[in-house]
Design a protein around this ligand. Structure first.
Ligand code: HAM
Length: 428
């Protein structure tokens, strides 16, 4: 049989990387706790119809979709938002609002594999349901900043925009939703000329095209100045004016929180997902030039799934990409001093005693392994040394007779005889 390897776009995480992934996941879970988000677990497999509604053509065409043995059209989730919205439209529909929900796990998209782009990847996802206020949007921006900060990342920027600006103008110009979606998809791919041509082909007047052209080019790191220029640009389009005002309020709240986020406002910014109705954003680090996270406001999805009209805003962070950014910026994980122990019996008849000692140590929360290869002490110690284990407990005949063992500190390279009942206090 040929040698097996992982399927294209799928990866193994060996211990070093698995550790970093879990570390980021724990940081994300901590952020959820700090902001009052409760964790839920939803299925990896959902109905195709649910996942396809409003995800946008880009993601829809890249789903792992198939018929199950019961002839149901299903797919592997490409994101969490549809599943959480399904829950809020059904089982959780009578829960008091706001609802703050957190999820973490693997998601699947048939993307073209490259650095930072995989077909199976991990997201930490936060949804805030039930508030249409700018403080809800500000909270999502702030918690994203908290996560990036807590893993130690530097130099990241938040690119932010508002779907209501471009859509507001197109709605007032009577462009149907299908055309608007197509325009937004092109904008997301930075195909601005094609996007504007599409608007032109729909018979929109020249003035409007000029306004859209100006918006597409309007961006800047001086947040309030850029918003002011946006306001001037959309003058006369009421819906777009409201959107700019909303964006201004969100950014003002974040600024008042003194979160010190480096923003880049981009008036022509669009995202691949179709459900957004308001503020949208992505987090970028210059070193890898791909988004570490993205999100925004989507006020109509829950009602589309048959629930009560429920405004909502959320974000998903790419855990794999956060790891990549940490590696690129050479950011170590916070050191947790761990006194790992290996217990080595010198003879077969002491294996039971070694098992007993290891059980006691674990019950005292000390990570402990037992030598299970039956190796001689020197070999077992050499192996423990290589794996940077701190202590070896050697269970030998002479010491046992006196109710004791030898504890060897593999870092300081010294050892002493310790009574059986004193082992734990010696190591802690
Ligand atoms: P998204 O922008 O499609 O948003 O994905 C969020 C993050 O997932 C991206 O910023 C990126 O870090 C990561 N990601 C996306 N594709 C890949 C890939 N092929 N390989 C590795 N990482 C990837 C959403 O998923 C929305 N559900 C976010 C949201 C929640 N909006 C509202 N609530």
């Amino acid at each position: 049989m040929s040698q097996f390897k992982t399927v294209r776009g799928m990866r193994d995480f060996l211990p070093e990387e698995a550790k970093i992934m879990k570390y980021i996941e724990e940081k994300a879970r901590r952020v959820a706790e700090l902001y009052g988000y409760q964790e839920i677990i939803t299925p990896v497999v959902e109905s195709y119809e649910l996942l396809a509604a409003k995800t946008g053509e880009e993601i829809r065409s890249r789903m792992f979709a198939f018929r199950d043995l019961g002839d149901r059209m299903v797919a592997l989730r490409p994101e969490f938002t549809a599943s959480v919205a399904r829950l809020v439209a059904t089982t959780l529909k009578n829960e008091p609002k706001p609802l703050r929900l957190f999820s973490v796990g693997s998601v699947y998209r048939y993307d073209e594999p490259q650095r930072g782009r995989y077909r199976e990847f991990w997201q930490s996802n936060y949804e805030l349901m039930g508030s249409d206020k700018p403080e809800a949007d500000a909270e999502i921006l702030m918690l994203t900043n908290s996560l990036m900060k807590s893993v130690g990342l530097r130099n990241y920027t938040f690119k932010v925009g508002h779907v209501g600006v471009l859509r507001g103008i197109m709605t007032e110009e009577n462009l149907d939703e299908k055309t608007q979606n197509a325009v937004m998809q092109l904008m997301d791919k930075k195909m601005y000329d094609e996007a504007l041509n599409l608007v032109k082909d729909s018979g929109t007047k020249e003035d409007c095209i000029i306004t859209l052209q100006k918006l597409v080019e309007l961006k800047g790191g001086d947040v309030f100045d850029t918003v002011k220029r946006m306001r001037e640009c959309v003058g006369g389009y009421k819906k777009a004016e409201d959107a700019v005002e909303n964006l201004y309020k969100i950014l003002k709240l974040v600024s008042e929180s003194e979160s010190k986020i480096a923003f880049m406002v981009d008036a022509g910014f669009a995202r691949g997902l179709e459900y957004y109705t308001g503020m949208i954003f992505e987090v970028i680090v210059p070193e890898i030039d791909i988004a570490l996270g993205g999100g925004g406001r989507y006020d109509r999805l829950i009602e589309l799934f048959g629930g009560e009209p429920t405004p909502a805003v959320g974000v998903a962070h790419g855990i794999d990409r956060i790891m990549l950014a940490m590696q690129t910026q050479k950011i170590p994980m916070e050191k947790r001093e761990e006194n790992r122990v290996v217990v080595i019996p010198t003879k077969e008849e002491f294996v039971g005693r070694a098992m007993e000692i290891s059980r006691r140590l674990r019950e005292a929360s000390i990570p402990t392994e037992v030598e299970v290869m039956g190796r001689k002490i020197a070999k077992a110690l050499e192996d423990a040394d290589r794996r940077r284990i701190k202590y070896a407990i050697i269970v030998g005949e002479k010491e046992l007779k006196e109710g004791a063992v030898v504890i060897r500190d593999l870092i300081k390279r010294e050892q002493k005889i310790v009574k059986l009942e004193k082992i734990i206090e010696e190591i802690i």
